[in-house]
Design a binder for this molecule. Structure first.
Ligand code: F6P
Length: 357
């Protein structure tokens, strides 16, 4: 008999349900008796003891379902050790609820922030297993996170659709892609969608270079340009600022995001008609793509096997085409960024894509 607590935390993404289904299916198929406690809305459920008892049947028919059957929320790691508004020690509360339910382990599906808290709970003595989810693909210790490929598909479809209207009107279009502080999603969707310019946080841009790339296209008879800009894209001037200065700059900025700022600057400098499209949270929505269904199911099956063996303290990740277990202490607190020297960046440049650098 295994008593398992499970939660999904942070921004949702596709294939969370597929991953949970994978864990439970694998364990049920082994013949192990299970008691499954599904904590609701991320760590909030564990802190305040809000859970649903689940059975294998709850995991049937959810392979293709987006979102998470458990609900999710953001519980920032920065304040996890601070008491809540009623003076409750949140870390102690999580531990007490874990012990009260006599759990064998806690399975946590999440991204960066979620992994910091998961690692803290491990340090506090809980048996923790995690799975890497996020459309940003920015989790250290794994080449891939589930949700990422589905989001690449959606952002690419958006760029594809913009292509035809941009071409008809001879306009410059900026498609703003999610990804928080990293450029994986923009880089991949940008390349897949045939973007002419790709702007990512790891490679600060110079407006002059963006304009040069636009004019170059214009001169070669291409009267429209597609720019895929990460929501975290940053200019060279801003990249030189301290964190505090940049924060102040953003507070004063009159545009809702970097794409609108670049659009206004290009318009002023060149007279081009520029439009911005922001697919936003659609990138996290809907059904997981086939890749993510398979990938999340594989991670789930491996996690299930670790739990059956009583091996805890790992994230189940993916490295060099193999599913691997990565110690949580290696994962927590690190960001996997796009290296400006990565071969994919060099290849994109070889294809003529400008990064504005
Ligand atoms: O981390 C996933 C993500 O979608 C990021 O790409 C984005 O910056 C952020 O979450 C948006 O967060 P929220 O859903 O809280 O607005």
């Amino acid at each position: 008999m295994k008593r398992i607590g499970m939660l999904t935390s942070g921004g949702d993404c596709q294939a969370l349900n597929a991953a949970m289904r994978g864990i439970i299916k694998c364990m049920e198929n082994s013949g192990e008796q299970l008691e499954i406690y599904g904590f609701l809305n991320g760590y909030q459920g564990l802190i305040y003891s809000k859970f649903r008892m689940l059975t294998g049947r709850d995991f049937s028919g959810i392979l293709t379902m987006g979102g998470t059957i458990l609900g999710t929320s953001r519980t920032p790691f920065k304040t996890i050790k601070d008491p809540d508004e009623n003076g409750l020690n949140k870390v102690e509360a999580m531990k007490q609820n874990y012990y009260k339910l006599q759990l064998d382990c806690l399975v946590v599906l999440g991204g960066n922030g979620t992994h910091k808290t998961a690692n803290l709970l491990r340090e506090e003595g809980l048996n923790v297993i995690t799975l890497p989810k996020t459309i940003d693909n920015d989790l250290w210790g794994t080449d891939m996170t589930f949700g990422f490929q589905s989001a690449v598909d959606i952002a690419t479809a958006c760029i594809d659709m913009i292509h035809t209207t941009a071409s008809s009107h001879g306009r410059v279009f900026i498609v703003e892609v999610m990804g928080h502080k990293v450029g994986w999603l923009t880089l991949n969707a940008g390349m897949a969608g045939g973007a002419d310019i790709i702007l990512i946080p790891e490679i600060p841009y110079d407006l002059d270079n963006i304009i040069e790339a636009l004019e170059h296209r214009e001169k070669s008879g291409k009267h429209f340009t597609i720019i895929a800009a990460a929501e975290g894209a940053i200019s060279k001037e801003c990249a030189k600022m301290s964190k505090k200065e940049y924060k102040k700059y953003l507070e004063k900025r009159k545009y809702p995001s970097v794409s609108y700022e670049i659009a206004a600057q290009i318009g002023e400098r060149t007279g081009h008609e520029v439009r911005v499209t922001v697919p936003g949270h659609t990138q996290r929505g809907g059904s997981p793509c086939p890749y993510d269904r398979v990938f999340a199911s594989r991670l789930g099956a491996e996690a299930g096997q670790l739990i059956l063996k009583g091996e805890y303290g790992f994230m189940v990740g993916y490295r060099n085409r193999e599913i691997v277990k990565v110690p949580l202490e290696e994962v927590a607190g690190k960001l996997k960024e796009v290296s400006p020297d990565a071969t994919i960046v060099k290849e994109a440049k070889a294809l003529g894509i400008s990064f504005g650098d």
